[in-house]
Design a protein around this ligand. Structure first.
Ligand code: GAP
Length: 444
């Protein structure tokens, strides 16, 4: 059945706030434009995504290692990488209200006058557009290091996690003795002074990336590019995103300054089809530039032939926040009597919830509490003893808890419980001694 997308984003934003997935940032001070804080359930979801990714792409592979680098790097890194010169978006300004827009965002806003001309998208302006000339606006987030604010103390928050993987290439080679092809992975925050952030967590100025720099011999790039495209498709399957996707070849001229081929993995969001992830062939652009700029050798020596060369790079990159947005949009379902988040089991914040049938019966509460305490050693489990069972099911469905476990009077006699499945709503009796094994089978 096709799901209606009408008001879908608003419903997801509302649920995210109501149930503690994502709150507006600094809300008690009136907020901070386009900043969001992950609440208790959002943090679990986010951590589950990052852990799944790390396990899949780092720990379960022999050709991958991970790093966790500083957010602020020597500014020479950004000079060498081309970000200080080239990392910019085209910006225009409305001459009437002086609001500033990314050129593509302005066109997407589609604010037309009756005569067909465009008007300013700012709601308190709406004047016919009289725009300044387009200029390039650099997206790097500046700050100062140390107590003196001077041109010499200017540093930048990283706009991508990628550069540390290039800058540390030699140290990683020396300490791990990896041979080509191999990859370096990193998960962490990135900062961009976006001109037009918005659409909830789609475009923010502070966000998280999961990136891989996969080092190869230049002549083999096409084979590795195809391989990583396949891996990215498999990942999407694992996180339950199989619909509303488009794989878009980015033409020359529209690609990032470092890229020789890029495929954008786009998603049909309620606000239009836009980028979710990206796959780029960066050639040897970064290592060559860092070699020139630092004067250090970043060459690789083939251990069999002794040949020295600068490896090329395939870069698959994933946004954590956009993953969360897409997972929430895909898993949100309205059914006759309930709202249910059909999250993949591995990603659900709580794996199960435990209820005593009646909160005022100490013998039920006692047994339920024991089950809850035991299960919590292995899984993240919720406890609920408020209201009736129907309300508790409703509440757990809305946050995507795959299993609800109820302790009733039969449990006291037969040592078993009712386990209710979130998706089928079917119930079955499971022996308390087998409960941990039952859940383990469902999750791993
Ligand atoms: N190292 C390559 C790189 O940074 P990118 O396409 O600019 O490439 C990678 O960014 C991913 O980071 C994007 O596919 C997207 O998922 C995420 N991303 C980029 N800008 C973002 C923003 N302003 N807000 C949220 N996520 C963003």
């Amino acid at each position: 059945m096709k799901k209606s997308t009408e008001g879908l984003l608003e419903k997801v934003v509302s649920l995210a706030k109501r149930r503690g997935f994502i709150f507006p940032g600094s809300e008690i001070y009136g907020g901070l434009a386009n900043s969001w804080d992950y609440g208790p359930l959002g943090t679990e979801l986010k951590n589950n995504i990052k852990q799944l990714w790390w396990k899949r792409f780092v720990q379960s592979r022999d050709d991958m290692v991970g790093i966790d680098a500083a957010l602020i790097m020597n500014p020479k890194v950004w000079e060498a990488s081309g970000h200080l010169k080239n990392f910019s978006d085209p910006l225009v300004e409305c001459r009437k209200c002086h609001s500033r827009w990314r050129v593509d965002a302005l066109h997407e806003s589609q604010n037309f006058q009756k005569d067909g001309s465009m008007s300013c998208p700012r709601t308190d302006c709406r004047e016919p557009l009289d725009l300044s000339k387009t200029r390039q606006f650099n997206l790097m987030f500046k700050t100062n290091l140390g107590p003196v604010e001077s041109p010499e103390s200017v540093v930048y928050f990283r706009p991508e996690t990628a550069q540390a993987m290039f800058v540390q290439f030699k140290n990683i080679l020396d300490t791990t003795r990896k041979q080509l092809p191999f990859g370096i992975a990193q998960v962490g925050k990135a900062f961009r002074n976006e001109i037009t952030p918005g659409n909830f967590i789609y475009r923010t100025r502070e966000f998280e990336q999961m990136e891989i720099e996969y080092f190869i011999r230049g002549e083999e790039w096409e084979k590795h590019f195809e391989y990583w495209l396949g891996e990215m498709k498999q990942w999407l399957k694992e996180i339950g995103v199989s619909k509303n996707l488009a794989f878009v070849e980015i033409p020359e001229g529209e690609r990032a300054h470092y890229s020789k081929r890029t495929v954008d993995i786009e998603y049909k969001y309620p606000f239009g089809q836009k980028e979710l992830y990206g796959l780029a062939y960066r050639g040897d652009f970064d290592l060559q530039n860092h070699m020139k700029s630092s004067g250090q050798s970043l060459e690789y020596t083939d251990p069999h032939t002794g040949e020295k060369f600068v490896p090329h790079v395939i870069e698959p990159t994933w946004g954590v926040d956009r993953s969360i947005l897409v997972i929430l949009l895909e898993s949100y379902h309205e059914e006759e009597s309930r709202v249910v988040l059909k999250l993949p089991h591995k990603l659900a914040p709580f794996k199960a919830a435990v209820f005593p049938l009646l909160a005022n019966k100490p013998e039920l509460v006692g047994l339920a509490r024991k089950i809850y305490d035991d299960l919590r050693q292995k899984f993240y489990v919720a406890w609920d003893d408020r209201g009736n069972i129907g309300k508790r099911y409703y509440s757990q469905d809305e946050i995507g808890t795959p299993y609800c476990i109820t302790v009733d009077f039969d449990s006291l006699e037969k040592n078993d419980v009712t386990v209710r499945d979130r998706d089928t709503m079917k119930q079955e009796r499971v022996s308390i001694t087998k409960l941990e094994e039952y859940l383990a089978k469902k999750f791993y």
